[in-house]
Design a protein around this ligand. Sequence first.
Ligand code: FAD
Ligand code: MG
Length: 344
Amino acid sequence: MKSKKSIFSIAFILAVGAFVCYLVICLTEAGREYKATFFSMDTVMEITAYGKNAKSAISAATERISEIEKEMSVNDEGSDTYRINHSGGETVFVSEDTLLVLDKAITVSQMSDGALDITVFPVVQKWGFTTGNYGIPEKEEITSLLKSVDYKKIRIDESGAVITEEGMQVDFGALAKGSAADEAAKVLRENGVKSALLNLGGNICVVGTKPDGTDWNIAVKNPLSDGEYAGVLSISDKCAVTSGSYERFFEGADGEHYHHIIDPHTGYPADSDFVSVTVVCEEGLYADALSTALFVAGYERAADIWRTANDFEFVGILKDGSVVYTEGLKECFYTELFAICVEK
Ligand code: FAD
Ligand code: MG
């Protein structure tokens, strides 16, 4: 018969063993990586999240992105965008998601003196960027289409209903991916995720830090040097959103490069000195709207918008290959290229 002492020793060893197993399972679960890659808003999206709830949290985040896509897609007949564009000037009630995006679009249009203007959609369409049926429009066609381009004519009444002028058409392509990233990150956090990386077609948002507690390293592409990086941003709980002339474009019969970011004042692809602009701030929606606006505005005006707003940072790659970055990124942007720090 075993003595009381040896029974106690065995029980003690078993208890310690169970506790160690529990700790190992907890640590493994906390560091466990889940990843989902899917196609939405005409782009490849990827969410990587860590922790025991990560798998179900990613499913919920993906569903939220689909919901936003349905609300804002230009072509979907039931979408808010479609109803605004076919309202014939009548009042349209839209979802809170759409209202949020619309409101931010108007704010950034005001900040950038119309460099961002969601009513430029008919011009974007005419160039073929929505269909892939590219072509250089006649000057008269552009002049005629520009008559209905003016974000100042969008009205949101006190009940949150939207009123546009007859013939006006909007598109949230310049900023809705940013909003989708914010909402997906929110869902991940609500589901207990403390560490995640969301890449919605170049719109990057990070939740917390990496599981080891260090910042995420986000590469900034160098469009002038295939496959190479212009630098790296070290960030946590932030978004880094890039707009550039190098991803959606066509070459005209005249050999010119025509890209998809249109200057709403001219109706032509923006003649910017940037090849890309990456905006860094906490809100993906704001970063997405600004990245398009700053690209159109060009370096000097972008720096002025940054000084006035004082609530975001940016990295720009200029056509001459140099890099510019704002003061607030001094401690978290690393580059080996010739770089100028923009100061207040
Ligand atoms: P950004 O710089 O963020 O935005 C550029 C886009 O904004 C342009 O492509 C144009 O659409 C618009 N734009 C251009 N100039 C301006 C300006 N000055 N002010 C305001 N807006 C401007 N693409 C498809 O081909 N098929 C689809 O079915 C489709 N569905 C989509 C559904 C949703 C909900 C969203 C958000 C996007 C969808 N897209 C689709 C992609 C979209 O049309 C753009 O190509 C994409 O959002 C460009 O994003 P970006 O980050 O490359 O550029
Ligand atoms: Mg944008």
